[in-house]
Design a protein around this ligand. Sequence first.
Ligand code: F6P
Length: 546
Amino acid sequence: MNPTLTPSWQQLGALAPESGAVHLRERFETDPARAERYRAEACGISLDYSKNRIDDAVLKALLALAEARGVSTLRDAMFSGEPINNTEGRAVLHTALRKQDAAPVRVAGEDVMPAVREVRQRCYAFAERVRSGAWLGFTGATISDVVNIGIGGSDLGPLMVCEALKPYADGPRLHFVSNVDSAQIVATLKGLDPARTLFIIASKTFTTIETLSNARTARQWLLDAAGGDEAAIAKHFVAVSTNREKVTAFGIDADNMFGFWDWVGGRYSLWSAIGLPIIIAQGAQRFDELLHGAYEMDEHFRTAPLASNLPVLLALLGIWYINFLGARSQVIAPYNQTLHRLPAFLQQLDMESNGKGVRRDGERIAYSTGPVIWGEPGINGQHAYFQLLHQGTALIPVDFILALRQPDTLASHQRTLMASCFAQSAALMRGKTADEVRAELSARGFSGDALEAAIPHRVFSGNRPSNTLLLDELNPRRLGALIALYEHKVFVQGAIWDLNSFDQWGVELGKQLASGIEAVLAGTADASAYDASTQALIARAQASGA
Ligand code: F6P
């Protein structure tokens, strides 16, 4: 179904030119109540969306669009295990992984919940043995360091969460290796004692070349230290995968494998056994809290009216900018340093889900879909990319994310952090007029031509939109809710654009070509199948002797 044919889409198109005509500053001056009106709260997260170029008419039309596109129906189909991933014929049930009530969730008639609980309990029991010192390495020593080897969804989720919750960590040290560039694994292993290191090989498919290459290198490193004793492998390697055959073929005992299922997408998998590094670093109780927070957001998404539904609101605001006001990207600016990998995580979540150009039925799309997601911690961004947000020519909506309380807080630092976050959204919204600049510079002694020449460079156009998401505290439960909020935002946008947000065919072509090119570089195939540019690059690499 083409969303552009709905009456609400047409109506939004008609409202768009007007919306740019009224400056946000003016909207606040004439309607200060908008701060209260355009605010929603759930699961300890409050969303201020008043600094957006919207009014009641726009919001009403956006909500009508969500209704017209059947967002609630598709949502219910997802939660109930229908195969909404239509190109792969799979259910989409990351929500089952964090479900806290006793109701069954059926896939093709079978309740998946007993298996979900069983694997989780195995992960908890294993993690506890590692954490308590009961799990011993090949010399009988306890585990001091855990290395997760995985990439994409098998890396970013656990890495982001482990970083976000680092102040709470009380288990062995965690390391993450994802890049096939040996610089990463070599540097990681350099500081580690093989006798006290545990590797988690995390790969849904267990076919990913980067992960398997790193896993082989780690295996050899361990064997070298263990005098070639293969029995040492079982004490130092576990796998998280859906592919038992490939795991055992790699040499990891099936007893050391933690499974998950094809209805868990890689980028949605941190709630499954892929979360094992989190469980080892944080313990079962805090992982339970993470799941609980996500479940609370699931329930909010499932039951709250669309008009006060946080994921729906975030999604609709995005649609407004992308489809009607010409925005092509979205900034994620977390202010808490421990959330520093959140932009990268959300980049995969959003861009791998909604970076699509055909509808569910394969029809080519003529409207914009998933935006470029980017960002860095906001406070660092202020001294880097924020220049472009304030004075550049592109319209780039920003999500400011700030937890008001967090462990290890120094009050004066926290005050500066909060003030900076609030100041940036205010500055983007209000801007600074030429008159204001003139008055300011005149007071500083500027006059004449020098004054006039200085003004344009110091003007801020303002009217630049943002959301501010405040978490009452940065803890596992709130983090779970925050991640689920964005997962569902992506879902709602995909539903409106009529995309299958749960496949990722777009990553396949590059993988296929890479394996062919690797054969050329290894000298077992010739380069004639490739274009002139690629042949020249291969030739240059070969000539370098690399
Ligand atoms: O190449 C993309 C991708 O398939 C992601 O979707 C996935 O998260 C990542 O690779 C890793 O895949 P796997 O867990 O199967 O190794």
